[in-house]
Design a protein around this ligand. Structure first.
Ligand SMILES: [Zn+2]
Length: 390
């Protein structure tokens, strides 16, 4: 789930908000081929190994940038960057995954499939172009099956500028803080859905929506916390991003997300800063899928990665879009975030409640159905192809 965006997306979400389905989660063991559902990996460690192996087969320039901490199996956590194409490009196409940790199960599969396509000769990079794949911007969240990072920070609320304070909370957040963030282990008996419906009827959906997803800077143990300063992943992206693009004058950046919108449908979310450029996005992607955050009634989230990079492009023609693939109804997604957060704080790793909460979170950000995986994977590869073709 990227920044909550356009009105159309939000209206869809409104319609879906009170529809909650049951769930079962399976993450198939990864196969050897990078096509379709088999490109999805069973864990961060497996995904990282496959990404790096595929990068070598594609003769990519590969860089591993370790971050503090380790995964549940003691594995290294790192942002890996694979670059294919021109050494001095006029244009760079960046595809990043896992800014929201657990969403990396999807983004990593897309990157793997693309690299395997290059390795097998099915995909070619046009002359004068470099393709930069940034794998697992939030490796901790990917490895531990969380949306936030090791300090409970939503990295897509963490990219604030110098002089922009890390404080403030949407007006209603305090009112729903206890509902969203109970100080107890996961429980099936706390009537969250009923209490959420009551909160919606009392406060109204638009205000609650803003309170929940805009980002907040005053409850470090709460959902959608934007941090108290730039996190390690944030500093890494800020410091290295323009080096990864090898001084290309034109940069197109697709950031891969899941969890917002209709099941297995794709949206291209365009930040307000790129609103004057909407024609460019609509010419490259199916116009009906392009959602303008500025024009379609979204609220203003702070600290968004693409907006920060846009402000610091320094003469380059930088275009950013969030590729969002819908998964399950949004109230189910919110409940999964809430329960996983409780499990992370209060349950024993490996215990049944812990595993149930983690598995449901993965299901909500990377559904196990082959149909969803085939569709999601196809959408994203199509988007990358459309950027490269243009
Ligand atoms: Zn996201």
């Amino acid at each position: 789930m990227g920044r909550d965006a356009g009105g159309r997306a939000l209206r869809r979400r409104d319609a879906l908000l009170l529809t909650v389905a049951g769930a079962a989660t399976t993450i198939p063991v990864s196969g050897s081929s990078g096509t379709g559902p088999s490109a999805f990996s069973s864990s961060y460690a497996v995904a990282r190994r496959r990404f790096r192996n595929a990068a070598r087969r594609a003769r990519a320039v590969l860089e591993g940038l370790p971050l503090p901490g380790c995964g549940p199996g003691g594995e290294t956590l790192a942002v890996d960057v694979a670059t294919v194409g021109a050494a001095r490009p006029a244009r760079a196409v960046v595809v990043s995954s896992g800014l929201h940790g657990v969403e990396g199960f999807f983004g990593s599969a897309v990157q793997l499939a693309w690299l395997e396509g290059v390795g097998a000769g099915r995909i070619a990079v046009p002359p004068g172009t470099a393709v930069v794949l940034v794998h697992a911007v939030n490796p901790y969240g990917f490895a531990w099956r969380r949306r936030a990072n090791e300090r409970n920070v939503d990295l897509n609320r963490n990219f604030l500028d110098v002089g922009e304070p890390y404080d403030g909370t949407p007006p209603l957040y305090d009112r729903v803080h206890r509902l969203l963030n109970p100080d107890t282990p996961p429980s099936r008996a706390d009537l969250f859905l009923l209490r959420a419906a009551w909160a919606i009827s009392r406060h109204g959906l638009p205000a609650l929506r803003a309170a929940v997803a805009e980002g907040q800077y005053e409850h470090p143990s709460g959902l959608f916390f934007g941090g108290h300063g730039p996190e390690a992943s944030t500093r890494l992206v800020r410091d290295r991003f323009w080096g990864w693009t090898r001084d290309a004058g034109e940069v197109v950046h697709l950031d891969l997300h899941t969890g917002l919108g209709r099941h297995a449908e794709c949206q291209i979310l365009v930040e307000p800063v790129h609103a004057p450029d909407l024609g460019w996005y609509r010419a490259r992607f199916a116009p009906a899928r392009v959602v303008s955050v500025a024009q379609e009634g979204a609220y203003a989230a702070r600290g968004v990665m693409g907006a920060w990079l846009s402000r610091h492009a320094e003469g380059r023609r930088y275009r950013f879009a969030c590729v969002e693939i819908g998964t399950h109804p949004s109230l189910r997604v919110l409940r999964a975030l809430r329960e996983e957060h409780r499990a992370q704080r209060f349950s024993v790793p490996g215990s049944p409640p812990y595993e149930r909460a983690k598995e449901e979170l993965v299901e909500c950000f990377c559904p196990g159905s082959r149909r969803w995986r085939r569709a999601a994977h196809r959408w994203a590869l199509e988007m990358i192809g459309q950027v490269l073709g243009g």
